[in-house]
Write a protein that binds this ligand. Sequence first.
Ligand SMILES: C=C(CC[C@@H](C)[C@H]1CC[C@H]2C3=CC[C@H]4[C@H](C)[C@@H](O)CC[C@]4(C)[C@H]3CC[C@]12C)C(C)C
Ligand SMILES: C[S@@+](CC[C@H](N)C(=O)[O-])C[C@H]1O[C@@H](n2cnc3c(N)ncnc32)[C@H](O)[C@@H]1O
Length: 360
Amino acid sequence: MEFLPLFITGTLVAATLYWFLFIYGSAERQGKLAVNLSGGSISSEKIQDKYKQYWSFFRRPEKIETAEKVPDFVDTFYNLVTDIYEWGWGQSFHFARPIPGKSDKEATRLHEEMVADLVKAKPGDRILDVGCGVGGPMRSIAAHSKANVVGITINDYQVGRARLHNKKAGLDALCEVVCGNFLEMPFSEGTFDGAYAIEATCHAPKLEDVYTEIYRVLKPGSLFVSLEWVSTDKYDTANPEHVKIIEEIARGNALPGVKSYDDVAKAAKKVGFQVLKEEDLAKPPALPWWGRLKMGRLAYWRNHILVTVLAAFRIAPKGTLEVHEMLVEAADYLTRSGDAGIFSPMHLIVCRKPESSKSC
Ligand SMILES: C=C(CC[C@@H](C)[C@H]1CC[C@H]2C3=CC[C@H]4[C@H](C)[C@@H](O)CC[C@]4(C)[C@H]3CC[C@]12C)C(C)C
Ligand SMILES: C[S@@+](CC[C@H](N)C(=O)[O-])C[C@H]1O[C@@H](n2cnc3c(N)ncnc32)[C@H](O)[C@@H]1O
């Protein structure tokens, strides 16, 4: 009795679960599946502890006596979030200005191609990607310009993911990935024809330090393009709500403090760059970069339920749920910063290393 309705309901539930777990992949519909979420290079049983260490360290990142520990904690952060980012966002770990009539994926690719054009990457060039993540931008830029791109990331789990994606995309002849600290790069002086950083140098305790390294490895006359995370001129340090939003952005994204928009050119000039262009790409008439986060709210709750179920069955390692919760919060503070106009993740700077490095 009542067998048919029961059978249909059961089949529907099973099919939905199967779709959720095995078919619903990343935003780019490839790569990560929910059942494969891991803690990067951290073993499953240590994820929860590592997350707690990360969280207490970044409570007051700017107060720490020494900035030396920052790269290690940034590395831990990316072990914790890389799979979730790939699964829920795609292979490019940055924002892009929405373009009417284009998908998020297309807008992201065009944003990356804009960087390739600004750095004037051309076939045969050797271009540096500072903080390359799992290589989404590197692949777009290599495919668009036919330049050789060398990416550096502090996180060895990302190195493995990036190499795998490069091979799958048939771009491994043009794209190389190195594990290392961008504050002490394992490259010789004057060996790159150009360099770019997409939403990555915000992890450096001092912008001058990473810019100094980039300046060192560039050939004289070559260009450096960066998209920086900054607080804008609307940020009011006397407004507690503003301060809270900016502090929480730092905490949920492994930043040793958020730089101000006017720190960027100052730091570039200080290390010897000529600043050719500076513009906040988030300013109107650009459509809100945080729109994708807002639209995704429903998806985050669906993802959260899925992660809860996977963690309960120990398919996702213990601690994954806390990390996901942190990201839900991070998305909320980023959205609030966008609505308030106090923060931009795409403050563009285009610099040149002078032909002769004589200082004036
Ligand atoms: C440049 C950086 C990263 C920027 C963005 C790529 C990420 C910032 C916040 C991230 C996310 C927030 C919510 C997650 C959601 C809860 C989950 O279900 C799926 C993944 C998210 C959408 C995730 C994706 C990446 C971000 C948008 C920083 C670190 C300097
Ligand atoms: C938000 S991700 C952006 C990745 C990539 N640019 C993209 O847009 O997809 C920031 C990247 O910077 C890297 N990073 C942060 N601090 C670093 C450091 N000290 N040395 C090298 N890489 C670093 C992280 O490992 C990560 O790959």
